[in-house]
Design a binder for this molecule. Sequence first.
Ligand code: HEM
Length: 225
Amino acid sequence: MSSTSPAPTRTRPATIRRFTGVQRLLHLILTITFLGMLWTGLCLWSPALAEVMNRPLAKQWHFYSAIALGVAFVLILVLRPRDVRAFASAVDQLDRADRAWLRGGPRRLFSHVGAPEQGWLNAGQKLNTAITIGLLIVLTGTGLLLWIGERNTAFRFAGTVDVHDLATILIVLLVSGHLYLAIFNPSTRASLSGMTNGSVDREWARANHRRWVEECEAQEPDDRS
Ligand code: HEM
């Protein structure tokens, strides 16, 4: 009988890198400009809040926030096309595991136990990203029409304000759910450190995004000890 030494175990850091600096910066700009547009939009909508920030000032900052977000998107698109392409390809397909994840989604809202293995983003996050981008496009389009319409009556259309308001309500609902999951929900709030310092707990990531963790680990240098 031959005596064999125990198989070497691979030691890995307790955390795993989830978001790059560029991704976190874009998310921060999105958050700041979103809150800026929401606050100034509320001041334009509510007479009570118009006393806190008058309409001309609120309109000016509403417009500046939208421009800042648009400029940030375009800059990142131009300066980091590879990051944008990588993010788009992570979001733009729902594979079989995603569809299985969605089917059991409502049941697992508060616990990921039994969820099919997911990649870097789970199916819910892919949908959140796609719907958020869609709503931002609708808000930008209708916002531009409102702005141009104030200067040229040929661009005034009945219903533009209603579509702008409806898209606002939908995105506020979506972001509220997103904040709940990122900050309060026990099974998902470990994701928050990914947006603050870039890394998340490896075992949490393995439980929630196993396919992605395995892909990363396959590319990590062999550090068997
Ligand atoms: C203080 C406010 C916010 C916090 C704490 C927050 C937190 C987070 C966290 C932790 C993630 C990464 C989740 C993961 O590990 O996969 C994330 C991703 C994301 N966030 Fe936020 N977020 C905030 C505001 C916003 C706003 C205002 C928007 C959109 C208007 C937004 C849109 C997104 C999108 C599209 C993603 C990628 C997909 C996803 O994870 O759902 N976030 N956010």
